[in-house]
Design a protein around this ligand. Structure first.
Ligand code: MLT
Ligand code: ZN
Length: 464
């Protein structure tokens, strides 16, 4: 640790009695990064507040001493939003993990920011209710981070994003005030809804310390279909057919390359007899035999029209979990390359055009790289992962990927899409924000940051 960093850590420790501040190299290494691998962690220290008032003290001390703070949750982010690569102090919410309140009438759960997503799901289930946000990292990601990035996942098609579940937020701003936004209300027409400003702000406006989450009815018993198709056009026709007749809660896709990696990574057998270029995982409500028959009808009519090559329907809860592994295990199975991640979104109707044009572009500009596609196609969110060849250095690979990004993002913009759907802009996509947001929009964003974080201490270099 250099002298400046030592001073920063000591200043915080002095100003905040009882605050745990750690400078052990192993903790700096583990808490100074998220799941991205393109920047080395170099935080000055990691602070572990235990209460809202400790967070307030910490923010006030950091603002006075001009110490940059990087909020950190479960560190499962994929855009470098929680990376501290420049002597910042990481604010970890690992010690703020209390479930504060369950309200049966309001159907809300109030939790501290460090509560793990899966804990919220489990607590909701224990109360006979349901928290619908779900994704592969839910076993370690934290609610504060989910809200800061407006996390999506596999059930956006039915339930929307994290934003749609947030009924209230408690936030510590850069001025050290505590803001209570919306306080769990369903209706509140009393001016600007600051809750939505903090949701998705990637830790640049304030520190989310508590959240009140909406719970809902548990879904009825479901079935999962894993289908093989031979083209994107066929896939979209299958989607339209199933969506018109069945109650879908998820519609996800992956390519044959993604299947190859998840099978190798997780030791899985082939899911279908036929090898197909594209695969779909569909989850649907199936409370009675009638729905299952309707699903089989749809399956047969899609097969008769030549849109489906093969398919399987789950026969048990165990098989549902097994089929989901083919989709949910992909990200982890390619993480060692590492992949250069692009989290793109377009309107659902333009997905086939977008993927056709992307295929052509990739063939032109980077035929030497393996590109693995998967994602939440039912909501227009496509994950494009460029895998690093073993013989290419990380820096050279990243700079080649930046050239590819220029063309990819120009195409995405042309088609009216976004360069981040659910992973956030963070550190890694920040240079391209202006490809999808106008100068005026970015100007307003900077103005808003100035209001909430006048000293500029929250997550500098991220997003803006
Ligand atoms: C997923 O959909 O699997 C997650 O967003 C993680 C990823 O994109 O790799
Ligand atoms: Zn995703």
């Amino acid at each position: 640790m250099n002298g400046k960093n030592q001073k920063a850590a000591a200043a915080l420790q002095r100003a905040c009695a009882g605050l745990k501040v750690v400078t052990e190299p192993s903790v700096l290494e583990s808490h100074g990064r998220d799941w991205t691998r393109f920047r080395a962690p170099r935080p000055a220290a990691v602070a572990f507040p235990e209460s809202v008032s400790q967070v307030q003290q910490l923010v006030a001390a950091a603002a006075a001493a001009e110490i940059a703070l990087v909020p950190s949750g479960g560190r499962t982010g994929l855009s470098g939003g929680a990376v501290a690569a420049d002597g910042e102090v990481v604010v970890s919410f690992d010690r703020m993990r209390r479930v504060l309140d369950f309200n049966r009438v309001d159907r809300t759960l109030t939790v501290e920011a460090g509560v793990v997503t899966a804990t919220v799901q489990e607590r909701a289930a224990a109360e006979g209710l349901y928290y619908p946000v779900s994704f592969a990292a839910e076993g370690s990601s934290q609610i504060g981070g989910n809200i800061a990035t407006n996390a999506g996942g596999i059930r956006v098609l039915r339930y929307g994003l994290t934003r749609d579940q947030v009924a209230g937020l408690k936030v510590v701003t850069g001025r050290g005030e505590v803001l209570e936004c919306n306080r769990g209300l369903i209706k509140n027409a009393s001016g600007y809804d600051l809750r939505h400003l903090f949701t998705g702000s990637e830790g640049t406006l304030g520190l989310i310390v508590e959240a009140t989450l909406r719970l809902t009815d548990p879904p009825p018993p479901s079935k999962v279909l894993l289908l093989g198709v031979d083209s994107m056009d066929a896939l979209m026709k299958v989607f339209a057919t199933l969506r018109a007749r069945l109650d879908l809660s998820a519609f996800e896709f992956f390519t044959d390359r993604a299947l190859h990696h998840v099978r190798v990574g997780q030791g899985l057998p082939p899911p279908l007899d036929a090898s197909c270029p594209l695969y779909v995982i569909v989850e649907l409500d199936c409370p009675t035999e009638w729905q299952e028959e309707a699903a089989m009808d749809c399956f047969e009519s899609c097969a008769e029209r030549g849109w489906l090559l093969d398919g399987v329907i789950s026969q048990s809860d165990r098989q549902i979990a097994e089929l989901w592994r083919y989709r949910e295990g992909i990200s982890e199975s390619i993480s060692h390359f590492p992949p250069y991640k692009n989290d793109l979104s377009v309107t659902v109707s333009r997905v086939p055009e977008f993927l056709r044009r992307m295929d052509r572009l990739i063939g032109e500009i980077c035929p030497e790289f393996e590109v693995v596609w998967y994602g939440h196609i039912g909501d227009g969110n496509l994950h494009m992962n460029i895998l690093k060849p073993a013989d290419l250095g990380l820096e050279t690979f990243e700079s080649r990927c930046h050239e590819i990004s220029e063309r990819t993002y120009a195409l995405t913009r042309d088609i009216g899409g976004s360069i981040s759907a659910e992973h956030g802009i963070g550190l890694l996509k920040q240079p391209w924000l202006d490809r999808v947001r106008s100068a005026e929009e970015i100007g307003f964003m900077r103005g808003i940051k100035q209001v909430f974080d006048p000293a500029g201490i929250f997550n500098p270099g991220k997003l803006l």
